[in-house]
Write a protein that binds this ligand. Sequence first.
Ligand code: ATP
Ligand code: MG
Length: 574
Amino acid sequence: MTDATPAAPERNDFIRQIVREDLASGKHAAIQTRFPPEPNGYLHIGHAKAICLDFGIAQEFGGRCNLRFDDTNPAKEDPEYVQVIQEDVRWLGFEWNELRHASDYFEVYYLACEKLIRQGDAFVCDLSAEEVRAYRGTLTEPGRESPWRNRSVEENLGLFRRLRAGEFPDGARTLRAKIDMASGNINLRDPALYRIKHVEHQNTGDAWCIYPMYDMAHALGDAIEGITHSLCTLEFEDHRPLYDWCVDKVDLAGHPELMAPLVAKGFPNTAAKPRQIEFSRLNLNYLVMSKRKLLAMVNDGLVDGWGDPRMPTLQGIRRRGATPASLRLFAERVGISKQNSLIDYSVLEGCIREDLDAHAPRRLAVIEPLKLVLTNLPEGHEEFLEFPNHPKDESLGARTVPFARELWIEREDFAEVPPKGFKRLVPGGEVRLRGVGILRCEEVVKEGDTVVELRATLDPDTRPGGRAVDRKVKGTIHWVSAKHGVPAEIRLYDRLFTVPDPDVDSDGKTYRDFINPDSRRVVQGYVEPTAAGAEPETRFQFERSGYFITDRYDHAPAHPVFNRVVTLRDTWSA
Ligand code: ATP
Ligand code: MG
């Protein structure tokens, strides 16, 4: 179910056009991309868009894609994130060419910065963070040059070595690029390249007490790996001049001595000049997607961890039951452009339904049960009926469904006082039992106001092969044999937020105030035996109800647990 990608429009976005031209003109013999997550949280559906683009383009054009952890901020990073990110990328259906860490390159970054110092392109600055801010200027006013900007090369080299040696406390000094304090682009006003942080790193331990800043590390990481097309989201557009500055001033491709520490560790020297191209972020309504807010929701117990089935993380979406193919389809539908837009959550649900409708076997399950007894069948009557697994795909085969005198039906398929237009079972009324025949409700058994049982008769002539098999009634309902049905825990999930824009703070309210209290409801239902016996992470359509998956962690045949992936139809549209 997870391998076939359903039909999707031809991919011809502006990035693929650039790649095509670069291959046709011979600018690149082969393309190399990378997906560069920072391991400071779990991946979310927005990252899926970037993954499908980075890995997808490499695949389509016969190129390669690396997975690179941009792990330059040790305080926020964790090996757990490093593991889960790898699992998520593979689950989405992609495999990296090489697994890299920006921290693999720390020595190269360091040598690159010594080169910048020698060229007069970087200096050690003694301003505090607060002073740096004051000197930076604003969008309308130029900044002022640091008083430390004109230190000699020797003094800068000496100080930078002492930074590395750990002689100064956090924040005492930085290494800064010497670019242009009057630039209209604030990113070019002598940005920091290195900062002091006496913090242990998840990959390099206590080898370093200075860490490179993201812009420099990212640009040089791409250059080191010979990335041809470095794809990132639009907020980095203003950083591109700095990206190019770092790549050009350091010129790793022209300076193999800077790559020597990597070559000594067994890495090939693939240094080349990369090109950064920006595309719009994925934004989905009814969600929050910043890692910072997701982390806060986890820490504050608003959800059951990063992998809660209501979370927009890939772990959450997976546990909830979406297929990798449906996420790839979603990424295609959303497309690649430079226009920021807000995608409706129903687009994602539509992709999930489309994939599951085509591939998920059908099963009978009753979610909120009511007992129904067919009084004209003998006590102990039982039959084993053959049901096709899929109405449109014979290759999915058939299964045996036990049928008996006592059944569970859906409580909401019966109405003592039917609302207008109700087509299902009413006292004295008839309805078709899916795959069996027509029954008539003869008696309603109540305890107080509560209906506890229906007693009905089955018309034998309407059974398959009977002479009135074509007789028409308005409604068809599903059922599970009470004797054979297996009790199951059914987790009914819905959208986590009640409003389309939980991320927009208004009237002193934040996303925390918009959590949907009905986003998780647990009921006890009954499923046919072949559903209960399924492996974890098996998806089904429960006829007339929706799509369900056996829970990845809690499901066992003796204690079946199903998560609702999505309802059959969109229940949120007006
Ligand atoms: P957040 O802002 O939620 O912390 P991030 O952008 O900092 O996320 P990274 O780990 O840096 O997360 O992201 C890795 C890659 O995924 C980057 O190239 C980034 O541009 C891309 N990415 C992140 N969020 C989205 C999104 N919503 N849509 C498309 N691509 C995204
Ligand atoms: Mg980021």
